[in-house]
Design a protein around this ligand. Structure first.
Ligand code: PEP
Ligand code: MN
Length: 369
């Protein structure tokens, strides 16, 4: 059971203590008070843990200070909406707002290679007014003989350069707990030139110890990629490991499923799940068209498959697009075949805008406007 307190209640208020002590008067029931950042307001929520099935709702609803009482209906209790009972979680990080109502494009390189390539990429982003990017330093590769990423040594110049070109957030995959410390250290040493969103890759979606570690983070947000070979429900429960650790600054990202049924795409595109995840969880939902499609195939209408699937996700309300670009994809050390050219980025952004406008019109129509 989750008790949502009315907004503006102080942490040590007697009203909150009253609710907590009533809850703890039921045998075996413990509480956790959580300060939650909603999309537009701060909330205090009291989580009742233990045998709550027999705890009645009515006595709590009678408190003047209680906004509502919500029965937990999903195992992923911190990120779940519980049949619409809880509102979305949004968050501000380094000047960027992410929520179920916003849309950000994170365009950048799959893997950091040379300073020249990164600079060309960041320059283009700045010209286009984009302040969110991706840049992999730690790469989980299928073969141990493939390029494994530049690792910690590239972080100082990557962050410094990001700051120089006005980048506010770099989405960067971590594959081991120690990478979080390396990133934090380099960020501090750069004078916090930029911000980092810790990306959990699809291969680590059920690396529970890593999930617990990023769950301890109180500042850096997390981009959680769904597992490519597990159910959506399993991915949501895995994502709950991050939130239950205390870090609720999470974007849940769809990136396609591993199955030959998706051929000739690299993965079977699952962007029909954008509204599903928005309904089931309180989290902003991202899409990764690059790792879903995996190639620069183009349709007879002149639209790249990557553009088409992005439009599918955005028209259904996606909040973040993570897309690979590279100044010279044929020379990229990782995932070159799926990278957009820098010259293609303006057209891509226009296409995203068209799809977003269509989503907003569809939403207004549904609301009867
Ligand atoms: C990536 O975004 O660089 C990546 C490896 O993606 P995924 O974990 O979805 O394969
Ligand atoms: Mn990649």
């Amino acid at each position: 059971m989750i008790i949502v307190m009315k907004a503006g209640l102080a942490e040590d208020s007697p009203q909150l203590r009253q609710v907590v002590s009533l809850a703890e008067s039921y045998p075996g029931v413990r509480t956790e008070v959580r300060r939650i950042q909603g999309a537009s307001r701060s909330l205090t929520e009291v989580y009742l843990l233990g045998p709550t099935g027999v705890v009645p709702v009515a006595p709590f609803e009678e408190f003047e200070s209680v906004e509502k009482v919500v029965r937990v209906t999903q195992t992923f209790r911190s990120i779940g909406r519980h049949d619409g009972g809880l509102e979305q979680l949004g968050f501000d990080y380094n000047g960027v707002h992410l929520s179920q109502d916003t849309l950000q494009v994170f365009a950048g390189v799959c893997a950091v290679d040379t300073p020249e390539n990164l600079e060309k990429t960041f320059k283009t982003l700045q010209q286009l007014g984009i302040v969110t990017t991706r840049a992999g330093a730690y790469k989980p590769r299928s073969s141990p003989y493939d390029f494994q990423g530049m690792g910690a040594k590239c972080l100082p110049w990557v962050f410094e350069m990001a700051g120089k070109y006005g980048i506010r957030i770099v989405s960067m995959e971590v594959t081991h707990e120690s990478h979080v410390g390396e990133i934090r250290k380099a960020l501090t040493e750069s004078g916090n030139a930029t911000g980092v969103m810790l990306q959990i890759g699809t291969r680590n979606a059920q690396n529970f110890e890593l999930l617990k570690a990023v769950g301890q983070e109180s500042e850096l947000p997390v981009l959680f990629k769904r597992g490519m070979g597990i159910t959506l429900e399993e991915s949501l429960n895995a994502c709950e490991y991050v939130a239950s650790g205390g870090n609720r600054r999470i974007v849940f990202c769809l990136r396609g499923m591993k199955t030959n049924l998706g051929d000739p795409h690299r993965n079977f595109v699952d962007f029909a799940h954008v509204p599903v995840v928005k309904r089931l969880t309180r989290l902003p939902v991202g899409i990764d068209p690059s790792h879903s499609v995996g190639r620069r195939a183009i349709g007879p209408d002149g639209l790249l498959d990557i553009f088409n699937v992005t439009a599918q996700g955005v028209i259904a309300g996606a909040n973040m697009v993570l897309v690979d670009v590279h100044p010279e994809p044929q020379k990229a050390l990782c995932d070159g075949p799926q990278a957009l050219l820098l010259e293609e980025l303006p057209g891509f952004l226009e296409d995203v805008k068209i799809a977003r406008r269509a989503y907003e019109e569809r939403r207004a129509r549904a609301a009867g406007a």
